[in-house]
Design a protein around this ligand. Sequence first.
Ligand SMILES: *Cc1c(COP(=O)(O)O)cnc(C)c1O
Length: 370
Amino acid sequence: MVNQIMKIPSNDLSRTFKMHQEEYEQAALKVLRNGRYILGDEVAAFEGEFAEYIGAKYCVGLACGLDTLWIAFRLLGIGAQDEVIVASNAYIACVMGISINGAVPVFVEPDDYGNIDTDKLELSITPATKAILAVHLYGNPCNMDVLCDIAKRYKLLVVEDCSQSHGARWKTQRVGTFGNVGCFSFYPTKGCGAYGDAGAIVTNDDALFEDFRVFRNYGSRNQYEHEVIGTNSRLDEIQAALLRVKLRHLDELNQERQGLAAQYSAMIKSNTMQLPNVQKDADCTWHQYVIRTSYREQLINYLSIHQVGSQIHYPLPPHLSKAYTYLGYGHGSFPIAEKLADEVLSIPIYNGLTIDEQSYIIDLLNSFRP
Ligand SMILES: *Cc1c(COP(=O)(O)O)cnc(C)c1O
């Protein structure tokens, strides 16, 4: 029975901030007062700490998640006419990261766990295939055993998009360390979110590490010496300082969301919706808790009447967006991704969501009658 009304937004970033408000404020003030705002000690320190946390040799801070992707493909030598395999239900930024360099995204449908179906992956490999982009969607790792085995057999590069899965593991290893490059966005809503735009890559490759450092800063290692045509994609000092605080608390923040997810999975009992599945070797960080329902409009309405927010990640698969009409796909090209886009719904799962709020949401879901 749901009687008393509670107002619960789909997300509330201020709650995570307030958990360690003092630490964030001190970190930001320190940077403001010390007078160094670009590529200083905070960025260097964060890069070291993040590489260590993920279990990689190197980290390079960049301006945002999208930059990590397109620069990775650029530096790996992937460009016009090269094909890169990606899940058909990935986020649009994953696809743009591939196509910005002129490479061609080749879509493979997702499996029951919502990530690229590794049983179908091999069928999409052609002589033009250069890489696989493994997107660990919603915090849930792809099957990296099978994916890396295929990549090895066909001599393909592997880039991981870990923008929704900071700290997630496949077996005992953190995502981001399986392929040639691990890409991370620190957009504020992400698990390891900054307080503005930010991103970073991790790699174990010495040469690639150097290339990223040069490319992000106008192709320059030493001031006014430009080795290549690079770009401006630098992680800000102030964001790096704030991220160092977030990183110190990342495991506890991930654990909190894992607890919320376990509670949802145990307590939601409704034949009008399907709950998310995670493979036994995947340690998911639950960036989103995404249910599926064929009564989505009614459910969104029902939740919203009772003041509970929800979101759709994502309402349109990339192959149907206007930006990608040139690829020549239409409705029916990737039916699994299209069905997901019609049925997925993300319910509140964020740091600071209280037990009472979650019980209220669970009661609502269990009493929903379409
Ligand atoms: C957020 C996100 C990106 C893009 O990151 P920005 O920092 O917004 O550029 C890329 N890939 C995935 C999977 C994301 O979730």
